[in-house]
Write a protein that binds this ligand. Structure first.
Ligand code: LRH
Ligand code: MN
Ligand code: MN
Length: 426
């Protein structure tokens, strides 16, 4: 763990330049009747959950190149997220994947959560792999399987996940279903949907009333002809059939190229069914790259929809759960996560700075160029001083990646855990 003093020392040489940049930007914004401090406060409040499966190297189904010092158990994963949170104060929660992260010592984990100031926000079920000693195989599906016994096993696994989550204070179950088919005719498309709906209803029934179920969709992979939940429409219809506590999860990588994701986000909020995000970056498909690394404008447009809906009293969407879902093969995963969170905060800051009244007026009068200019004005602003100021005010590092390197975090982790330690899970 980094001490406050160490963080302070790491910030000191950067402070004068930061203050210069921040006060320049604050002046500029105040000339535009915008309040830099108000944006900073929003950023300070914003928290993004870190997935337990993104803390080690993974990245492709081919080679894996461990970089050393990876967390070997859940306790060490909490330690890594604790470190990230110390650096950016924006990652106060962790998403677990069961059975990759079966909690053993509950009291010990609670103690660690208190120590690091972390919460466990969600548990993710896994019926996309067969586990050792499992009675039935998921080769031909899990919640949608043709055989009742297989479906029952998958339902029970989800209920087990809820029970683990309850012990740790989580209140969200995320379901991503790998079920689907590879060849036309292999699966009865409507019946597969109906069986899935029935299975999800059994899980939903077993869920405490203060929990929510998030249902992810994905157009292809691991199946390449059909997926049982391929799109937000299917996910939405399942949520509608289950009840108020089921909502759609949008994983940015789970769309076909050039899908207008911001419009999906807008629609789901309009219907009150946007439950959460899995942030990542994508060039082709489910690439799980650094959030905002490939399409920063799209990320901004997504946040623009979120901010717009949050300010519209006619929209009654539940609180959105923000999570990262990424995988790393070439970068240090912790550096990547710091970069991802920073890109998310930057996109959010820009969306907060959109002149919403002027945009609304341009839209209503069909002033196309003006509307676009208003968005570009916000998008092209360099908001990094606002993000750094948020880190500083909440007690983090002005430049988290730089601080991570200067403090020699990876080297220390390698010393503690060894050069060959490989993260559990993905
Ligand atoms: C599926 C997925 C899902 C998680 C993760 C491990 O592609 O994004 O959200 O279970 O992979
Ligand atoms: Mn995902
Ligand atoms: Mn994915």
């Amino acid at each position: 763990m980094l001490t406050d003093q160490r963080l302070h020392d790491l910030n000191r040489p950067l402070l004068a330049e930061h203050q210069l940049q921040f006060s320049y930007l604050a002046d500029l914004l105040s000339r535009r009747q915008q309040d830099a401090q108000a944006v900073v406060q929003e950023l300070v409040r914003f928290q993004v959950a870190i997935p337990s499966w993104a803390l080690g190297t993974g990245g492709t189904r081919f080679g894996r190149y461990p970089l050393g010092g990876e967390p070997r158990n859940l306790e060490e994963k909490l330690g890594d997220v604790g470190l990230l949170h110390q650096l950016n104060r924006s990652s106060n929660s962790i998403s677990l994947h069961i059975p990759w992260d079966i909690p053993q010592d509950i009291a010990g984990l609670e103690q660690l959560q208190r120590e690091y100031g972390l919460v466990i926000d969600s548990v993710n079920s896994n019926t996309f792999q067969d586990q050792k000693d499992q009675a039935f195989s998921y080769k031909f599906g899990s919640l949608s399987h043709t055989e009742r016994a297989v479906r029952q096993q998958a339902i029970q696994h989800n209920i087990d996940c809820i029970n683990y989550g309850r012990q740790l204070g989580a209140k969200t179950l995320t379901v991503w279903l790998a079920d689907g088919s590879n060849f036309p005719g292999q699966s009865h498309l409507r019946r597969a949907y109906l069986r899935t709906q029935e299975s999800l209803a059994a899980i939903y029934e077993a869920m405490p009333s203060d929990w929510q179920m998030l249902i992810e969709y994905k157009p292809y992979e691991p199946h390449f002809y059909s997926m049982v939940i391929p799109d937000w429409g299917t996910s939405y219809s399942l949520c509608q059939s289950l009840g108020q506590n089921a909502n759609v999860l949008v994983d940015l990588g789970h769309h076909l190229p050039n899908t207008n994701i911001e419009q999906i986000v807008g629609r789901l909020q309009q219907f009150g069914r946007l439950g959460g995000f899995h942030f990542n970056g994508s060039m082709y498909g489910d690439d799980d790259l650094t959030t905002g690394s490939i399409k920063p404008f799209q990320l901004f447009l997504i946040f623009n929809e979120l901010v717009d809906a949050a300010r519209d009293t006619a929209v009654t969407n539940p609180l959105v759960a923000y999570m990262i879902d990424a995988s790393h093969n070439t970068k240090d995963p912790l550096e990547d996560l710091l970069q991802s969170v920073e890109n998310i905060l930057g996109a959010y800051a820009k969306a907060l700075l959109v002149d919403r009244e002027a945009l609304h007026e341009a839209q209503e009068t069909n002033d196309v160029a003006r509307a676009e200019e208003i968005l570009r004005d916000a998008f092209l602003l360099d908001v990094r001083p606002l993000v750094s100021e948020a880190y500083r005010q909440s007690g983090g590092a002005l430049k988290p990646v730089q601080a991570y390197r200067a403090a020699g975090v990876r080297e220390q982790l390698i010393q503690q855990r060894g050069k060959l330690s490989v993260s559990t899970g993905l």
